[in-house]
Design a protein around this ligand. Structure first.
Ligand SMILES: Cc1cc2nc3c(=O)[nH]c(=O)nc-3n(C[C@H](O)[C@H](O)[C@H](O)COP(=O)(O)OP(=O)(O)OC[C@H]3O[C@@H](n4cnc5c(N)ncnc54)[C@H](O)[C@@H]3O)c2cc1C
Length: 261
């Protein structure tokens, strides 16, 4: 392993020696990826194909301890740090250029439903479709967006609009707690009864208050439902809209067909 130039928050670079990187790799349980490693390009590829950022280091955390290690490593060297979830944010800021990116998308995606308490706990790498799939096994759901490939992390921390919003509110209305690594490298739990200020902050402006390692949501009974979104002025589109008019009669969850101009 050769020396590596890494960008800092001050706008310059630090040189990481091979011993620095060996020490980091040895402390992590998950993989550390450098340019050229298998998986490096996949990890930095996001929804917005105009983003072509190249982190110097990518940490794929096995669990919260690896996130703490990565945050402390970046903090001690003033290295630029970014965190990605589902990679759907069009700004592309989930992938830093020249710094250290934490990528839990392939490693921290466990989901645990508690049907009795009607809650679900999910990792920061989980996508909306994955959460829906697990909660629907129990006839339950929580509002996590309209597009199945959006990450629950960025979506929830930005508020989270969804198909279920009119009935059950936004994602943040259903967020019960988070485990979060703050900038000092400490893992905290934030909820209505613990670190209340931090919990207030993560619900809507959460991208900047730390790195969430676990989300806990309230669940609601929701039968399987269909949503049809027609955005067309064509005749074929009009016929499709007309045909969806029969859906409500067959579906317990009513999504009224509409027509965008
Ligand atoms: C096709 C498409 C459909 C969409 N549909 C909806 C929708 O229906 N409803 C809606 O509300 N929004 C929607 N959005 C917007 C989307 O919610 C935001 O772009 C959101 O930031 C995406 O989250 P992500 O995890 O996929 O993104 P990422 O790009 O991975 O992350 C976005 C930002 O979130 C922060 N972040 C990610 N993970 C963490 C973490 N673990 N801890 C702390 N911060 C973190 C980071 O600052 C990162 O820069 C949509 C976007 C697209 C492209």
């Amino acid at each position: 392993m050769t020396n590596l130039r890494v960008s800092t928050n001050a706008g310059d670079e630090v040189l990481l020696g091979s011993s620095d990187m060996e020490a980091l790799r040895a402390t992590l349980r998950g993989p550390l990826l450098l340019a050229g490693d298998a998986g490096y390009d996949a990890a930095r590829t996001i929804f917005n194909a105009m983003t072509d950022h190249r982190p110097a280091l990518i940490v794929r955390p096995a669990a919260a301890a690896d996130v703490i290690t990565a945050v402390r490593f970046a903090r001690e060297r003033d290295v630029i740090l970014s965190i990605r979830g589902g990679g759907h944010n069009v700004s592309g800021r989930a992938v830093c250029d020249g710094g250290l990116m934490i990528d839990p998308s392939a490693t921290m995606n466990s989901i645990r439903v508690n049907p009795g308490a009607r809650t679900v706990r999910a990792g920061p790498g989980v996508l909306g479709a994955e959460l829906d799939s697990e909660t629907q096994a129990f006839g339950l759901a929580t509002p996590v967006g309209t597009v199945s490939t959006t990450g629950i992390a960025g979506l929830t921390l930005g508020g989270g609009q969804s198909w279920l919003a009119s009935k059950h509110g936004m994602a943040i209305d259903n967020l019960l707690s988070v485990d979060i690594v703050t900038a000092d490298g400490t893992l905290r739990t934030a909820s209505a009864g613990e670190n209340e200020d931090l919990f207030w902050a993560v619900r809507g402006a959460g991208h900047n208050f730390g790195i969430v390692t676990s989300f806990e949501y309230r669940l609601h009974p929701v039968a399987p439902c269909w949503a049809v979104w027609c955005c067309t002025q064509s005749r074929a589109g009009s016929r499709l809209c007309a045909s969806t008019a029969s859906l409500p009669a067959r579906s317990p969850t009513i999504c009224r067909p509409g027509r965008a101009s």
